[in-house]
Each structure stands twice: as C-alpha cells, then as structure tokens.
Design a protein around this ligand. Structure first.
Ligand code: HAM
Length: 419
C-alpha cells in the first residue's frame, strides 16, 4: 500500500522550500520594519469562534470547515482563517493597548474543505496582518499603501486593487433589506444555496459562483453609504491617489466573511488562472466587541502564500536564487569513517560564516559531483579529495566563474569574501 498526502494538501519538499524560506524571511523583515509583531495561535479553536465571527451563512462555515468532536465531546475546528483566532488570543492575553493600536502578523496554515484546483488547496498558508484598535480612514489607506510597497519589494508590479465600502452597520442593514426585496422577487431563478443565503444573510448571495445566478446578481442594487461612511471612504480614496496607489471601485465586492464593515478590498493579479485573488482584507469594526472585547475598530488582510509564489513564478521572479547563491555543495570524495570529523569541521566553518551546506559524501567522479552542484544551483562547491584531505584543506570553487582556491575550513571567511 502506498500512502499519499491527503487530497488538497501538499508536501513542500527540498527544492521547493527555498522559495518559501526566502519569502518568509523577507516578509518578516518587511512587516517587522513596519512595526508588526508575530503571533502564533493553535490550529484548533472551538467551532463557535468561527461560526460567530465568519457567519453561519458563509461558504466557509456552512460547507468548508474541518470540524470534529474531540474526546471530551467539544466541537473543535481547524482554523479556516486567522482573524478570529488573533482577536481571541489578543483578548485572552490582554494585548490590546487602551490608547494605541496593536499591529500583529502571522504566517500560518489554514484549512478549508474546498474543491481543490490550481491555487486552491485544502491546506494553504496565509501571510496576514491585523491592526487592532484602529479607526481612521488613514489606517485603511496605510494598509493598502503598505501592500503595494510589499508586493513591489518582492518584484511584483502587475496587480489590481479592487476596493469597496460596506458602510456602517446601519448602512448594511438598510442595504440587506433592499437586497432581500430584490432577490426575493427572483428567488425561483436562484440556486438552492442562494435561497439558503437569502434566508440567513442576503449579502452572502454575492459569493455565489453558479452561472445561472450571475445575471440576477449583476442587476442587484449597490450599497448607499451614509454621510459619515461616505466621507471616510472619500478620504481613503484621496489618500490612495496622493500616494499613487491605483485602485478599481468594485461596488459588488462584499467578501465572503461576515465580520467586515467599511472598507473592503481584494488584490488580484494575472497568471493565477481562475483563483486570481492574491490577497484580501478590510475593516472589521464590530468583531472585537462581538467576541467579548471592547468596542474598538480593527482592520487587516491576508495573502495566500501558494498564490503569491505562483504569481512570482509567472513573472519569472525566482526567490530561491538568493538562498542557492549562499549554498555550498560539499563534494566529499573521501568517504572513510575517519573523515567524518573533517566534514564536521567544514559544517561548523560554514555555520560560522552563515552559509548553507549540501553534503554529498559519495564515491563518484568529481565531474559528476560538480554536475550535481550545478543542478542544485549551488553558488559554491567545496571539494574534499584525497590530496586536500591529507593537507586538512579543501578546494573552494565559485560555481559561476569557476574560480577556485585551496584553503583550510578555518579560513573560509576570508576565502569566500575574496571571490
Ligand atoms: P480570505 O479572502 O478568505 O480572507 O483569504 C485571504 C487569501 O487567502 C485569499 O485572497 C487567497 O489568496 C488565500 N486563500 C483563501 N482560500 C484559499 C485556498 N483554499 N487555497 C489557497 N489560497 C487560499 C481571510 O482569510 C481573512 N481572514 C483576511 C483578513 C485578515 N481580513 C482581515 N484580516
């Protein structure tokens, strides 16, 4: 019997992982420079946390959660997203300051039992940020400006920001009434899921992907913002224009999670096929209070790591090169047991100068070793032949130029720097 990874879940193996490592390292550096601090929360949460925050009628809660009963009879769910977990954790540990915002980020796996396809997995990673105790339009605009800088810092320049505003809770209530009247007049033409959404939360009808429902959804009215919400939205748009962040207004963008209020957005990019949403987020002013916290605003976004890597690849941006350039292929032609301690010296010396080693202690020809080093795109090779081994030295080779020199492991720093 052959075991395989669970459907919709994927191993990330050596050769693939390097791009992930570079992305994660660059993301941490970027977000930490902007004042965000990392949080890690358990994958499992009580089911109620998600049904309460994301909404019963959402596709996520209604159809996609991995929910089970534990041995103590508690209903637990593998997190389908992390905003609710972050809010729960920040409230539980009293992390939110009274008079200033809390900036949090995470890089973590999420679980949704969706139909798997390119860019849509059942286990997928998100890079996400949450800004708690934030209220102003400036915060909404700042996050979008930061998103643009972040994507550009990775070399991605072709993307589209789609923007909408869901107004105040009163605006949404009025809108829901208007929508209910509209969709009810077409209910016989809507799919069974839409009829369910109509009875639970009419806004969720916009999440429908069934082609027969689309002509009706297209004709649905758009939200009318109250004066205050409208002014705030104008401010966001002005700030974005001033910062030269282009955006498209998308009046039907309501997002598939119930907690959003005010500004919502999605970033799409080419090269992702049908699943073109790279990132999504918005303001969720009522969530903290509904989870038992103070009445304070918040906003954030999350980005799909697999989709981001696909987008980078489609744009010929290879993040892994950065790590591979710093990788040393150790061609160990000496395979005696006594040579172990010498390879250990090499490993220690590589560690001290911050290089990665790929050790191949194998009796094969030097040319085969070097072919392998090239195939792995290692920046350098360290060759340990009989001659070198007897002298306590190695031949250090820079792979692109072919330049090489004989050195002791203790001289690595100087030797690598002088290439
Ligand atoms: P979301 O739109 O459900 O929002 O997911 C955010 C991003 O995660 C998507 O734009 C997409 O790139 C990625 N994603 C979602 N589902 C999958 C999947 N099945 N496979 C691969 N990638 C996927 C949220 O999760 C919110 N918590 C975002 C947020 C944070 N809003 C405020 N703060």
């Amino acid at each position: 019997m052959k075991y395989q990874a669970v459907k919709g879940m994927k191993d990330i193996v050596p050769g693939e992982i390097e791009a992930w490592q570079v992305l994660e390292e660059r993301t941490r550096r970027f977000l930490e420079a902007y004042g965000f601090r990392e949080i890690r929360t358990p994958i499992l949460e009580t089911t109620d946390l998600f049904s309460r925050s994301i909404g019963e009628a959402s596709d996520i809660v209604h159809k996609e959660m991995y929910t089970f009963e534990d041995r103590g009879g508690r209903s637990l769910t593998m997190r389908p997203e992390m905003t609710a977990s972050v809010v729960r954790a920040c409230l539980e540990h009293n992390l939110i300051p009274t008079h200033s915002p809390l900036y949090i980020y995470y890089i973590a796996p999420m679980y949704r039992a969706e139909r798997p396809q390119a860019g849509r997995k059942r286990e997928f990673y998100q890079i996400g940020v949450e800004t708690l105790n934030t209220h102003s339009a400036v915060n909404d605009a700042e996050l979008l400006i930061m998103i643009k800088s972040y994507l550009e810092s990775l070399g991605l320049s072709k993307f589209t920001i789609r923007l909408n505003n869901l107004g105040t809770s009163e605006d949404r209530l009025n809108y829901a009434k208007q929508l209910t009247t509209f969709f009810k007049s077409h209910e016989h033409k809507l799919c069974a899921d839409c009829n369910y959404r109509l009875s639970k939360n009419v806004l969720r009808v916009f999440d429908c992907k069934v082609s027969e429902c689309q002509p009706i959804i297209q004709k649905a009215p758009t939200i009318v913002l109250s004066k205050d919400a409208g002014e705030k939205f104008e401010k966001v748009k002005t700030l974005l224009k001033e910062a030269q962040v282009p955006f498209h207004l998308e009046p039907k963008l309501v997002r598939g999670l119930d907690y959003y209020t005010g500004c919502v957005y999605e970033v799409t990019t080419e090269g992702l096929g049908a699943q073109d949403a790279l990132l999504a987020g918005g303001r969720y002013d009522g969530l903290i209070e509904s989870l038992g916290g103070p009445r304070i605003g918040a906003s954030g976004f999350a980005l799909g790591v697999e989709r981001l890597l696909m987008a980078l690849q489609a744009n010929q941006i290879s993040l892994a090169d950065e790590i591979l350039r710093n990788t040393v292929y150790v061609a160990g032609l000496v395979t005696s047991e006594t040579s172990c301690s010498f390879y250990r010296d090499i490993a220690k010396a590589l560690f001290l100068i911050g290089k990665r080693g790929i050790f191949s202690v194998e009796e094969k020809s030097l040319s085969n070793h070097l072919k392998q080093a090239n195939k792995l795109k290692a920046g350098y090779a360290v060759i340990v032949g009989d001659d070198e081994y007897r002298a306590g030295e190695v031949t250090l080779k820079e792979m692109t130029s072919g330049t090489q020199k004989r050195v002791k492991p203790s001289e690595f720093l100087k030797a690598f720097n002088s290439f």
